[in-house]
Design a binder for this molecule. Structure first.
Ligand code: CP
Ligand code: NVA
Length: 311
């Protein structure tokens, strides 16, 4: 594995598959990994709020025999009190790895380059790779092969959408993304994912029609319409995105056995109705659980010694 985990695009197909396999093993046999990161310490830098990311990294480190130190947005004051370069140069003297949730994606790249210890991307404005790893772990649990799988993403072409595209490209899944005009995924990410997925069976359909994206889908995924940092646009986006709500009508366009996915937190009755979120088709809490297992695998791969487990 390379030193940092910043984007699924950076992973080779082999590394992606290995990480998914390791996550399955960590989930199935957690006791075999309970000393894997013994006495190791992870610093967790948060510039944005979190429930899942904080809990799963902290609990994950404890379950692997290590510890995590939480640094709240007001602690470091990244960018105003100190820049990423100096933060990395300090942290590498004390801890064994850094997880960072920040705004500009360049921050995670610069942090990785500033220090010798592994840096893990816990969400930027551009990408949310840990989320997509957990999501694909969740999909692989019920589908051995995702080659003819259709994942429909409906809503904002944001960080979660981008990382799902990179994961779909590795997995060889088909993706259809429906967004309002002007809110589609970043063209550079579209291009890179297409490159990654050239020989895997990946394809991407971009549309403004949610019904077209959901039609015949195996999974329908959505995320909030205004991401963290876009709070000022919340009202204008709510109007624009209203036709993109995932409700029973839209789910009916997908396959009858299709699953509903969301990275959470969800805004009930906005991007998704409670009827869908709480339905039998919804696997959102499996996704949330799998954040723990996927990230334990990522931390083992990056921060562990060569030996994978106890025996
Ligand atoms: N899905 C996710 O990253 O959740 P948090 O923002 O609560 O960490
Ligand atoms: N797109 C959302 C994801 C939250 C986990 C955000 O960036 O706020």
């Amino acid at each position: 594995m390379r030193k940092d985990f910043l984007s699924i695009h950076d992973l080779s197909l082999y590394e992606f598959t290995k990480l998914i396999d390791l996550a399955k093993e960590v989930k199935a046999k957690p006791d075999r990994f309970h000393k894997k990161l013994k006495r190791k310490i992870l610093a967790m830098i948060f510039q944005k709020p979190s429930l899942r990311t904080r809990m799963t990294f902290e609990v994950g480190m404890l379950q692997l025999g290590g510890e995590a130190v939480y640094l709240a947005p007001s602690d470091i004051q990244l960018g105003s009190r100190e820049g990423v370069y100096d933060i990395g140069k300090n942290l590498e003297r004390w801890v064994d790895g850094i997880m960072i949730r920040t705004f500009a994606h360049q921050n995670v790249i610069d942090l990785g380059q500033s220090c010798k210890i592994p840096v893990i991307n816990g969400l930027t404005d551009l990408l949310h790779p840990c989320q997509a790893m957990a999501d694909f772990l969740t999909l692989y649990e019920t589908n051995k092969n995702l080659k003819s799988f259709k994942l429909a993403y409906v809503g904002d072409g944001n960080n979660v959408c981008h990382s799902l595209m990179f994961a779909a490209a590795k997995a060889g899944a088909k993706m259809a993304v429906a967004t309002p005009a002007g809110y589609g995924p970043n063209p550079e990410i579209v291009r890179l994912a297409a490159e990654d997925g050239q020989d895997t069976g990946y394809s991407l359909t971009l549309t403004q029609d949610p019904a077209e994206a959901a039609s015949g889908a195996d999974a329908v995924y959505t995320d909030v319409w205004a991401s963290m940092g876009q709070e000022a646009e919340k009202e204008s986006r709510a109007k624009l995105f209203a036709p993109y709500q995932v409700n029973a009508g839209l789910m009916a366009k997908a396959k009858p056995e299709a699953v509903f996915m969301h990275c959470l937190p969800a805004h009930r009755e906005e991007e998704v109705t409670s009827e869908v979120l709480d339905s039998r088709q919804s696997i959102v809490y499996d996704q949330a659980e799998n954040r723990l297992h996927a990230q334990k695998a990522i931390m083992c791969a990056l921060m562990g010694d060569a030996k994978d487990h106890d025996d």
